[in-house]
Design a protein around this ligand. Structure first.
Ligand code: SAH
Length: 351
C-alpha cells in the first residue's frame, strides 16, 4: 500500500524531495498542498515530472467522502473511505469560539465497551498518523471560510493510546508550525485508561487535555461495562492521571456516562468524589446515547442534573455535557454501523 503524503513531517518531505533530485524548497510547496488537502492535479507549482514521481509512490488524498449527515445544530458527521476501502467516521462541531473536529484513530476498536458502537465489530486496523490528520485536513478545507478548524478531539472510533505511536505522531504533525498548526492546548485525547501509556504520553511531550473514560467509580461496576477494567483498577488510573497533572500542570477531564439505575445515585456520586480526591480534574457527565445493540438506558435529565449538583456540593467541578449532533447518530461508530448494515459489509474481528 502506498503511503499518504500527510504522513510526513517537513523534514521527511525534504528527504523525499532530495531522493527525487528536486530542490529543498519544494518540500515547503509540498507541505502547503498537503495542508490544503489538494489533489495532485492542484500541485500546479511543481514540475510535471516530479508530480508523476510522487503519484507513483504516494497518495495525495488518503480519504474520500462516502456520505455525510448534517445535524440541526450544524454538526456534520462524515463517513470517509480510506485507500484500503475501510470506513471511518469524523465529526465537525461548529463553535463560535473555535470549530472543532472529532477524529477516529482506528478502524473499529478492540476495547469492547458494552455501550459503545465503535467496538461492536472489534478492531480491524490502526489508522496511520497521516490518515488521522487527513480527517482534519479534509474538514478544514470544507470549512475554511467558516473559521477553519481550531480544536481537535480524539474521541471518534478507536482508542488513541492503543494506537500509541501513530497518535503521538499525529499530535506532532497537527501541532507543527509548518503544518496546520493547531495549538497543543487545543487537542484532547480520550482514553479508556492504559496507565503505562498515560505515563509515556507526557514523557513524549503531550501537554494537551487528557480525558479518561471512567464511567464507574468502583472496579466491580466498571468491569460490568468496560472490558479494560479487568486489566487496570480505577486507583491505578487515577494515580496515572495525578502523575500526568504533576508533569504537565494540565487539569484532566473525567468522562462519566450516566446510565439510568446503574451509576447515577447519590452513593455513586460519593464514591466518585472519594476516588477523585486529590486529583485536579473536571467531571464531564454524558447522558448515555442509546445504541442499537445495547439495552442500557440513559439517566433522566432530572437524575443527571441531581447527580451533577451532588458532585458540585461535594466539591468537584462537574457539568452535564451538551450533546451535539445526536439527531444524526451521534454516538461513536453509529453512522458507520448503520451504513455498513445497509450495505451488508463486514467489520473486523475482535481479538
Ligand atoms: N475511545 C476513546 C474515545 C471514545 S468517544 C475512549 O475510550 O475514551 C468519547 C466518549 O464517549 C468516551 O468517554 C466514550 O466512553 C463515550 N461513549 C461511547 N459510547 C457512548 C454512548 N453510547 N453514549 C455516550 N457516551 C459514549
Amino acid at each position: 500500500m502506498k503511503q499518504a503524503l500527510s504522513d510526513f513531517s517537513l523534514s521527511e518531505l525534504e528527504e523525499i524531495v532530495a531522493a527525487a533530485g528536486e530542490k529543498k524548497y519544494r518540500a515547503g510547496q509540498l507541505m502547503r498542498h498537503i495542508v490544503a488537502y489538494d489533489s495532485f492535479d492542484e500541485y500546479t507549482d511543481l514540475p510535471k515530472s516530479f508530480i508523476a514521481y510522487l503519484k507513483e509512490r504516494y497518495i495525495d488524498r488518503p480519504l474520500t467522502e462516502k456520505t455525510r449527515v448534517t445535524a440541526s445544530d450544524g454538526a456534520v458527521r462524515y463517513l470517509f473511505e480510506t485507500a484500503s476501502g475501510d470506513l471511518i467516521e469524523s465529526v465537525f462541531l461548529p463553535h463560535g469560539y473555535g470549530n472543532s473536529v472529532c477524529v477516529s484513530c482506528q478502524v473499529g476498536c478492540a476495547m469492547g465497551c458494552v455501550f459503545c458502537a465503535s467496538g461492536e465489530f472489534g478492531l480491524k486496523r490502526n489508522l496511520t498518523a497521516g490518515e488521522i490528520l487527513a480527517q482534519v485536513l479534509f474538514i478544514a478545507r470544507e470549512v475554511k471560510d467558516k473559521g477553519g478548524v481550531k480544536k481537535i478531539v480524539m474521541m471518534g472510533s478507536g482508542s488513541p493510546l492503543h494506537n500509541y505511536e501513530q497518535t503521538v505522531k499525529f499530535v506532532k504533525l497537527v501541532t507543527s508550525p509548518q503544518g496546520i498548526n493547531i495549538g497543543m492546548r487545543s487537542i484532547s485525547v480520550s482514553t479508556c485508561g492504559l496507565p503505562d501509556k498515560i505515563d509515556m504520553l507526557y514523557k513524549d511531550g503531550f501537554s494537551g487535555t487528557l480525558s479518561l473514560s471512567l464511567h464507574a467509580a468502583t472496579d466491580t461496576k466498571r468491569i460490568k461495562i468496560m472490558k479494560i477494567a479487568e486489566r487496570y483498577t480505577v486507583k491505578q488510573l487515577v494515580d496515572a492521571l495525578k502523575r500526568f497533572f504533576d508533569n504537565t500542570g494540565r487539569r484532566v477531564v473525567i468522562e462519566y456516562i450516566l446510565i439510568g439505575g446503574f451509576n447515577d445515585t447519590e452513593e455513586d456520586a460519593v464514591a466518585l468524589k472519594n476516588l477523585l480526591k486529590g486529583l485536579c480534574c473536571h467531571v464531564n457527565l454524558i447522558p448515555l446515547n442509546p445504541t442499537d445493540n445495547c439495552d442500557l438506558k440513559p439517566s433522566s435529565r432530572k437524575n443527571a442534573d441531581a447527580f451533577c449538583k451532588t458532585l458540585c456540593r461535594l466539591g468537584l467541578s462537574a457539568t452535564v455535557r451538551r450533546s451535539m449532533g445526536s439527531d444524526v447518530a451521534g454516538a461513536c461508530g453509529q453512522l458507520k454501523n448503520r451504513t455498513v448494515m445497509l450495505e451488508k459489509k463486514e467489520g473486523g474481528v475482535r481479538p
